[in-house]
Design a protein around this ligand. Structure first.
Ligand code: C5J
Length: 223
């Protein structure tokens, strides 16, 4: 046991780097680049691009110290058999999940838009969880992999804060994992949602987890 302390809200986050993984959620072109699923839903994707650099700093630090790194991607099989029709119908966009866009079929595995941005691209040996839902635990091997690797704590980055990030944090919390969300490493299309989603995570004495940022996380990892 080698407990480290990260300054965080609502109080310090303690973790053992050996039983902690860096989790980077859905940093896919479909969410952060123009022409993807996020833009098809009517969003301006530029705010999400600001999280790439701090995520990269966390990724470099985790890789440098041999911390487990896990990436997730939201998306569906090419026949969309794993996509609820209700999900396709939502948004009423001109192009929807499975339709062709400038980066290939929206939110379909194997398409250019579905893949992770080059700056954060997984290295061989890093776990990539392909998930059909918003939460990383739904219909995936995520829990089994964390269990088999002895992971107890998650340092959480990615997009979008109020959707896939906090859905996954809530799922993880119910399964007994300790999560710290890094505020500058998670992004939303809506500043108000970003603020409120992070408030909810740390409310009532760390109801779902902790909130910190990349500077304080890197300081903790360096100790
Ligand atoms: C969304 C996600 N926003 N990765 N997905 O649909 O947050």
């Amino acid at each position: 046991m080698n407990q480290q302390t990260m300054q965080a809200e609502p109080y310090e986050f303690t973790f053992d780097p050996k039983t902690t993984a860096l989790l980077i959620i859905d940093m896919q072109r479909d969410f952060v680049e123009p022409g993807g699923f996020g833009e098809a839903l009517g969003n301006d994707v530029t705010p999400l691009q600001a999280v790439i650099a701090p995520c990269k700093r966390m990724l470099d630090a985790a890789r440098g110290m041999g911390m487990m790194v896990i990436h997730t991607r939201e998306g569906h099989s090419s026949d969309l058999a794993d996509c609820p029709p209700t999900k396709i119908a939502r948004g009423r966009g001109e192009i929807r999940i499975g339709d062709a866009g400038p980066m290939g079929r929206l939110l379909v595995r194997g398409e250019r838009g579905h893949d992770i941005v080059p700056e954060l691209y997984p290295k061989p040996g890093e776990v990539v969880i392909d998930k059909p839902g918003k939460g990383a635990f739904c219909a995936t091997d995520f829990d089994l992999i964390l269990h088999n690797r002895g992971i107890k704590s998650l340092i959480v980055c990615g997009v979008t804060t109020e959707v896939c990030v906090t859905t996954t944090v809530r799922e993880a919390n119910d399964r007994g994992y300790e999560c710290v969300v890094l505020s500058d490493c998670v992004g939303s299309y809506f500043p108000e949602f970003q603020r409120v989603a992070l408030e909810m995570v740390k409310a009532q004495g760390a109801l779902f987890g902790w909130v910190s940022d990349s500077s304080r996380a890197l300081a903790a990892l360096r100790t």
